[in-house]
Design a protein around this ligand. Structure first.
Ligand code: ADP
Length: 407
């Protein structure tokens, strides 16, 4: 089965085509700067063939047309008939969607109703879905939500201590994000350790430019660091993470900034960038080694916050089997991993410094032989997880249809 995965952002479309018979990537591509004069499209096939287009791509509809044209002209597929399903990443499914779902008019209407909760993302996702469905309504399109994995959180975790009407009227609560990644790496971690997923408890550390941590008990998420939006929780590349919420009105009153402006600063001009001068952890470390004290402060602040969440999640999980590192920093940055684990021996977390620095791209264990809680690195693959969910939804529908037909 061939599954196309589409991640449609506010001005970009990323796509990957999978041959799910062996879970291999047939090609991947992206369309950038949609709506600007400098729009750009590119596809790279599994054998390294590249095709590029520079054109003024006015909207997502045209972007999807160009994606199809690149898929055909690169020879990966002859026509859309070769594609068995399309999986769409959707950032915000709120509490309406508790699993991936076949996209139809009613599903799109609900995703539209959630736009106030994801004003940049959900409209872009919808534009991508509408166009792929318009071109070939007979090919199943499936929505896979970043929020679904976190839907198992108990109410005590996801509620904010605000007037109840804010929850009831505006749906203000913690939703969490990166769910596909947390689920993917935790399932892989359980497999590596040979533990049944429904009995597996762990803390997953998705440390990238955007960063979040999830507490998983017996295969179910019970808490996560991101909240109503991806701003809550850890210090990130450009996001401040959790801060005293009174800072916002303080800045509005005293620095004469609008709510919009403060929001923009907290999302785009804070985090590692604000303290260390760059949002790239590799650069932070280079500067730190050259004696830059602000870069060192940024590194220390980042690590401290990760450690604080590990400690608090161990407290609510009780016994855990593993902590799992993933994403750009989690997978590649041995120094951050060592700094995070340093001092956590009291919890039974003991890293093997040699294993930690081995440069390998595959899932691996980096705990010392006597570590009580296993320490694992699992490269995340959110697109593959979306393709797997898409196949699961398509197969369930086929099964249901077969049952209905025999009734
Ligand atoms: P996102 O998907 O949220 O944009 P990524 O998962 O790609 O982010 O992670 C980006 C972060 O990973 C950056 O801070 C970058 O410095 C860091 N990173 C990527 N590769 C390496 C590496 N080899 N060593 C250390 N840090 C790395």
């Amino acid at each position: 089965m061939k599954i196309l995965v589409i991640n449609s952002g506010s001005s970009s479309i990323k796509f990957k085509l999978y041959d799910m018979d062996n879970e291999s990537v047939m090609c991947k591509g992206l369309i950038e700067q949609i709506g600007s004069e400098n729009s750009y499209a590119k596809i790279v096939t599994a054998c390294g063939r590249t095709k590029e287009r520079s054109a003024h791509i006015i909207d997502h509809a045209q972007g999807i047309d160009i994606m199809n044209e690149l898929l055909f002209s690169s020879g990966v597929v002859k026509s859309l008939d070769d594609i068995d399903g399309v999986g769409h990443r959707v950032v915000q499914g709120a509490d309406i969607f508790t699993d991936a779902i076949l996209i139809d008019e009613s599903v799109m209407k609900k995703i539209e109703e959630l736009i106030p909760l994801a004003p940049l993302h959900n409209p872009a996702h919808l534009a991508g879905m509408k166009e792929t469905l318009k071109l070939r309504p007979d090919i199943p399109n499936v929505a896979v939500f970043d929020t679904v994995f976190h839907q198992t959180m108990p109410k005590s975790s996801y509620m904010y201590a605000l007037p109840l009407e804010f929850y009831e009227k505006y749906k203000i609560r913690k939703y969490g994000f990166h769910g596909t990644s947390h689920q993917f790496v935790s399932k892989a971690g359980a497999k590596i350790l040979g533990i049944e997923y429904s009995k597996f408890s762990c803390i997953t550390l998705h440390l990238g430019n955007g960063a979040s941590i999830a507490a998983i008990k017996n295969g179910k998420c019970i808490d996560t660091t991101m909240g109503l939006t991806p701003l809550e929780g850890l210090m990130m590349g450009t996001r401040c993470g959790s801060i005293d919420p009174a800072i916002m009105p303080f800045l509005m009153r005293n620095a004469n900034l609008s709510g919009e402006e403060v929001d923009n600063i907290m999302n785009k001009k804070s985090g590692l960038l604000a303290i260390g001068g760059t949002n790239d952890m590799r650069e932070i470390e280079k500067r730190m080694d050259a004696g830059d004290e602000n870069a060192k402060l940024a590194f220390d602040m980042f690590v401290l916050r990760v450690k604080k969440y590990i400690g608090s999640y161990i407290a609510i999980l009780g016994q855990i089997d593993a902590i799992i590192f993933t994403a750009g920093i989690g997978e590649n940055d041995a120094r951050v991993r060592e700094a995070v684990c340093n001092g956590l021996e009291i919890f039974g977390i003991k890293i093997d410094k040699d294993k930690n620095i081995e440069p390998r791209d595959e899932p691996r264990r980096i705990g010392a032989t006597d570590t009580k809680i296993k320490i694992i690195i699992v490269p995340t693959d959110e697109e593959l997880a979306i393709a797997q969910d898409t196949i699961r939804v398509i197969n369930n529908l086929k099964y249901k249809k077969a049952i209905d037909d025999t009734d």
